[in-house]
Design a protein around this ligand. Structure first.
Ligand SMILES: *Cc1c(COP(=O)(O)O)cnc(C)c1O
Length: 421
């Protein structure tokens, strides 16, 4: 048996299925050449990729280490045990579950562990930055639960904790969710804990976006306050695509039961191994300095976009992402997204608080710095990127101009190669 059986043998894929192999390569090329500013994306390490392409993928391991429903789990048990202990250590958590397949799966498990269908849950309003799983009518959360929402204040675009408390007193939720997909500021977890205690609600933090900054000790942690914290492992955290749940010891059994058998069958053991590898990376001084740079870069990018005449929602950012109100350009979010895409800049349109446009159009864009910071970009590149974005939004309807911006994007990314050969 050659060593290639332990990991991805790309030449074999090329021989056997050139059609798919070509897509894998052209996607790598796209990631290398264009600018990745989608706030939820990152470049995971070659070590994590090695676990994902490994034969751990073959193993069925329903259950938990030491109590599986299948034989032959003695090897995969080791990676899950190591991963759980790394997660508890890194976050100072009493319990960790590494099995959820994704952030949304982790959230299904949270609802299941702490609520029953029909229960009331209070979560951040979707148009103000909440996630689909926080009560959208097209999602299980909005169909099976009575999700009430709180939002941000119109004057400062920050969470209105007084409104949150008033709503909690009025609707008496079983659980209060904090955490969002498009909220650039820090969240006052202590205040939310007090509100939860006042109304007797479970405190759930969906930390999918910012958990990597917590891991890197760049922002305060929700873990000491929350009953349960769910998150994705592939955003700032820079691990494999997947989900994870941390909780207080008293909720450990409920969380584990909700994940399996409540919500999933067998865990993806190659992904569990990838999570363990990522958690080890997160515990290094290099990662801590990375997390701080991600925030510095996001602040610089937001400030540079303001210099280009656009407005940063809530006046800037304290995290890895910024929400930009682009109404001053006369271009809406949808068109800006398309124009940037043509110019080799990957970002997304995003509603701003109290957006007069529909969610399909929007008045804003969301930009994030996890990926470009992994590439090694810093403050000078952030001002260059802001200029490229501004030009793409304002001039990108002209193909020749979009093309010339694209060439400048290629020149910039060529200086910061990802997955160098
Ligand atoms: C990304 C995200 C999720 C969903 O994660 P998936 O892995 O895409 O399912 C859930 N909640 C929040 C707040 C997120 O940002």
């Amino acid at each position: 048996m050659s060593e290639s059986f332990f990991g991805p043998d790309f030449t074999q894929l090329q021989k056997q299925d050139p059609e798919i192999a070509a897509v894998v390569l052209s996607e790598l090329d796209r990631q290398r050449k264009s600018l990745q500013l989608i706030a939820s994306e990152n470049f995971t390490s070659p070590a994590v990729l090695a676990t994902l392409g490994s034969t751990l993928s073959n193993k069925y391991a329903e259950g938990y280490p030491g109590r599986r429903y299948y034989g032959g789990c003695e090897e995969v048990d080791k990676v899950e045990v190591i991963g759980i202990s790394r997660a508890k250590e890194l976050f100072g958590a009493e319990h960790a579950n590494l099995q959820p397949h994704s952030g949304a799966s982790a959230n299904i498990a949270v609802y299941q562990a702490f609520t029953k269908p029909g229960d009331t849950v209070l979560a951040m309003s979707l148009p103000h930055g909440g996630h689909l799983t926080h009560g959208s009518k097209v999602n299980f959360s909005g169909k099976w639960f009575n999700v009430e929402s709180y939002g941000v204040r119109k004057d400062n675009e920050l969470i209105d904790y007084d409104e949150l408390r008033d709503s909690a007193l009025r609707v008496k939720p079983k659980m209060i969710c904090s955490g969002a997909t498009a909220y650039p500021s820090l969240i006052d977890f202590k205040r939310i804990r007090e509100i939860c205690d006042e109304v007797g609600a479970i405190m759930w933090v969906d930390a999918a976006h910012f958990i990597g900054l917590v891991a890197g000790k760049a922002i305060p942690s929700p873990v000491p306050y929350a009953d349960v914290v769910s998150f994705t492992t592939h955003k700032v955290l820079r691990g494999p695509r997947g989900g994870m749940i941390l909780s207080k010891a008293e909720h450990a059994a409920a969380v584990d039961k909700a994940v399996f058998p409540g919500m999933q069958g067998g865990p993806i053991m190659s992904a569990v191994a990838g999570k363990a590898v990522a958690l080890k990376e997160c515990a290094t001084p290099e990662y801590q300095s990375y997390a701080k740079k991600v925030i510095e870069n996001a602040k610089a990018l937001a400030a540079a976009l303001e210099k280009e005449g656009m407005r940063a929602v809530s006046g800037g950012t304290e995290t890895h992402l910024a929400l930009i109100d682009i109404r001053s350009t006369g271009v809406n979010g949808k068109v800006a997204d398309e124009r940037c895409g043509k110019a080799g800049i990957s970002l997304n349109k995003n509603a701003i608080p109290y957006d007069p446009e529909t969610p399909a159009v929007t008045s804003g864009i969301r930009v994030g710095t996890p990926a470009t910071t992994t590439q090694g970009m810093g403050l000078p590149e952030m001002s260059e990127i802001a200029k490229l974005i501004a030009r793409a939004i304002k001039e990108g309807d002209d193909d020749a101009k979009a093309n010339s911006i694209r060439q400048e994007v290629y020149a910039l990314t060529a200086k910061f190669p990802v997955y160098p050969r």
